[in-house]
Design a protein around this ligand. Structure first.
Ligand code: UDP
Ligand code: MG
Length: 330
């Protein structure tokens, strides 16, 4: 009989003391239910990644790990943000399991969609994207900004799957190759489509946060969008080049026109329009320099090759990790 796959659920947690005690048992229940259906091994785990929380989150994770062997946790040395927390968890998992599912810890993403994800994996998909079918519980503003985000990203050349966030099943095979993408500024949902392999989508309804508050206000979302675009695409550079060429040609045409008018002896009227043009062109130049500067800055940051995450604590001892490496033979 073929061995059952070991699943690790990877859950980033930042200041989640309110919601974690509610959702942790739901993740465990899902693992047990999948195990009872004979789809995954009992060596499967729920891995919490504490992202430098300032509240009792890490304490709660440690307590959970004592309650049930399926709960384990790692702690980052400081807050590094959602993307790096997920990355830390995935890298921790990649050599110790067959499949990972990353999901937020606030209960917004339907945990039961994991059933379909695992089924899709068993049918041969290496990556399964969780896609939100509706966002009825989000506010109009959140929905509008979030959906514009996906559209803008795609127009600017960063291919992302519409309405897919970071709820995703990824096999360890894909993670082995993903580990070769060594950039420091990561945008996970844009990187996995680049790695390739057979993928599919699973649709689910997005619910409200069970407790606590969102860590993604508009400002952070814009930063994430900008990081995504500049990480995945250099299209903005060609756009500013195009705009530059257009305005240079327009300027040249205007100059020709001014000379012709001067020869015909007609005084050139319209200071206002001249000043407007100077402002517009000056503005465009500054924006263009800014965009180029962002890429140069990013290259600078990447060139330092600083570590992408630092794990300061684990709920298990590295020297006693044999149990993690044994895959279920049944
Ligand atoms: N998160 C994190 N580090 C951060 C911010 C958020 O690990 O610096 C986690 C958070 O605990 C949650 C997930 O990322 O599990 C998504 O955050 P949130 O629910 O606040 O975002 P939203 O769903 O509102 O976009
Ligand atoms: Mg959330």
């Amino acid at each position: 009989m073929e061995a059952r796959p070991v699943l690790w659920i990877v859950i980033p947690c930042y200041n989640e003391e309110k919601v974690l005690p509610m959702t942790a048992p739901m993740f465990l229940e899902e693992i047990c239910s999948l195990r009872d259906q004979g789809k995954i091994s009992d060596s499967s785990r729920v891995l919490f990644v504490n992202d430098g929380s300032r509240d009792r989150t890490w304490q709660i994770i440690q307590d959970l790990s004592k309650q049930d062997v399926h709960y384990i946790g790692i702690s980052q040395s400081r807050n590094r943000g959602h993307q790096n927390a997920v990355l830390a968890g995935l890298m921790e998992a990649k050599d110790r399991c067959d499949i990972t599912i990353s999901i937020d810890c606030d209960g917004q993403d339907d945990i039961h969609a994991m059933d379909q994800m695992v089924d899709a994996y068993l049918e041969g998909s290496e990556v399964v994207y969780g896609v939100r079918s509706k966002r009825t519980t989000d506010t109009w503003f959140k929905r509008f900004t979030a959906e514009s985000f996906y559209k803008l990203m795609n127009t600017l050349g960063a291919e992302v799957i519409f309405n897919h966030a970071d709820y995703r099943l990824v096999s360890s095979l894909v993670l082995q190759h993903f580990a070769d993408y060594e950039e420091v500024n990561i945008f996970l949902r844009g990187l996995f489509p680049l790695v390739g392999f057979k993928s599919t989508r699973v649709y689910y309804e997005r619910a409200e946060r069970l407790a606590g508050e969102s860590h993604y206000p508009l400002k952070k979302m814009l930063a994430l969008a900008f990081n995504g675009i500049t990480s995945l695409s250099v299209k903005p550079l060609s756009i500013v080049t195009g705009v530059g060429i257009f305005f240079s040609l327009a300027g040249l045409a205007a100059a020709v026109w001014a000379i012709v008018e001067a020869i015909r002896g007609q005084s050139v009227a319209g200071w206002a329009s001249t000043v407007c043009l100077i402002c517009i062109i000056g503005g465009i130049q500054l924006i263009s320099t800014g965009i180029i500067g962002q890429y140069v800055g990013k290259t600078y940051l990447e060139s330092k090759r600083r570590p992408r995450y630092i794990i300061s604590e684990r709920t298990w001892e590295e020297s006693k990790r044999h149990w993690l490496e044994e895959k279920d033979p049944s």
